[in-house]
Design a protein around this ligand. Structure first.
Ligand code: NAD
Length: 339
């Protein structure tokens, strides 16, 4: 906390629409009188000894404040610096990515009963970044799975299930094909499950989960899903699609000390700078952050104002939700509903 008794939170505005949606968050927080002071962090990547590195002041800020809110960061495709998202997750050991996905009352989609929680392993798997060309035209990419990283994300999933009164954990995998890598994840899950006799562990193949979830998402409400990195990436976008798209889904990157809250979506270069972005996903990520900090009443107030604004009709919704509102109009409407 600072001298005025406000919590200091690191803020990474991000690229593309990151600038617009973090501005909306800051305006809404000021109006809601949330006792937070933002500490802006520059995370422009620098290459040190061939490694993509986060600027030291940003690392210091996040290590000091322990909590950060982050806009999306763009990653060049096929060349250039490594993903800063990955670098942040590795630097702060953010091993579990929690992605809730809940139907928004007031925005009609084919299903109105989606309510899932997906926990994605956040540090390895297909994202290990170990790739090389064997001979021209032949590339090898290494999917790294370790017992250590599997165990900590699985334990996190069981603990999380307990904390929200769910008694089933669903491990999503493809060990039928990736017998050793996903096999290790599955075996570790069976071991970890023994530590949680009050929670039932179940297993499902990722392709089957995709099929069943788009056919009828309702049964997934009763479980906490946990899975290796890439499956979590894809399945969470699929879940977002069920409730109205990436403009709506938040996430929390959790580590032992630091936590970074961010939207599931990216920098949306196709709409960046046009005032079209939906700030809801970043706002709901910030609500997860407020609850993590014990500021639940502010979180609930902002969450309600956001959902009330979406339910108030197309004039106040952004274009991704079939509306006509700009980012700033949406933010002003949320502010009106904070009372
Ligand atoms: P994206 O999520 O940026 O966009 C996908 C589609 O969803 C686009 O049509 C976009 O306009 C729309 N969209 C996303 N967020 C929206 C919002 N808040 N409001 C309205 N529409 C929204 O995915 P992409 O285009 O594949 O990636 C763009 C860049 O973002 C890439 O450089 C990628 O590496 C990066 N990225 C970053 C993160 C992160 O920072 N965590 C996550 C995913 C992608």
């Amino acid at each position: 906390k600072n001298a005025k008794g406000n919590y200091i939170v690191s803020m990474i505005e991000g690229d593309g629409i990151g600038i617009e949606i973090s501005k909306a968050v800051k305006e809404i927080y000021a109006a809601a009188k949330v006792p937070i002071e933002w500490e802006d962090c520059d995370v422009t990547p620098s290459l040190i000894n061939g490694r993509t590195t986060i600027p030291e002041p940003a690392v210091k800020s996040i290590n000091k404040n322990l909590v950060a809110l982050k806009g999306p960061l763009a990653t060049p495709v096929g060349k250039g610096h490594q993903s800063m998202n990955l670098t942040l997750r590795r630097t702060f050991n953010l091993f579990a990515n929690v992605r809730p996905c809940k139907s928004v009352v007031g925005y009609k989609t084919p299903y109105d009963d989606v309510n899932t929680i997906l926990i994605r392993e956040n540090t390895e798997g297909e994202y290990s970044g170990i790739e090389h060309t064997v001979v021209p035209g032949v590339v090898q990419s290494i999917k790294l799975i370790t017992r250590e990283a599997s165990e900590r994300v699985l334990k996190y999933a069981f603990e999380h299930a307990r904390s929200i009164n769910k008694d089933r954990v669903l491990v999503v995998h493809k060990a039928s094909i990736m017998k050793k890598s996903d096999g290790l994840f599955v075996d570790t899950a069976k071991e970890v499950a023994k530590l949680y006799p009050d929670i039932k562990v179940e297993f499902e193949l990722i392709d089957n989960t995709c099929l069943k979830m788009v056919t009828d998402p309702a049964p997934y409400e009763d479980v906490v899903m946990v899975m290796p990195n890439l499956y979590g990436d894809i399945l969470s976008d699929l879940s977002s699609g069920l409730i109205g798209g990436l403009g709506l889904t938040p996430s929390a990157n959790m580590g032992d000390h630091v936590s970074i809250f961010e939207a599931v979506h990216g920098s949306a270069p196709d709409i960046a700078g046009k005032g079209l972005a939906n700030p809801t996903a970043l706002l709901l990520s910030s609500v997860m952050m407020l609850r993590h900090m014990g500021l639940d009443s502010y979180g609930s107030k902002i969450e309600k104002a956001v959902f009330d604004t979406i339910a108030s009709g197309t004039a106040n919704r952004t274009r991704d939700l079939k509306g006509s509102a700009s980012t700033s109009h949406f933010a002003q409407e949320v502010i009106k509903r904070l009372a």
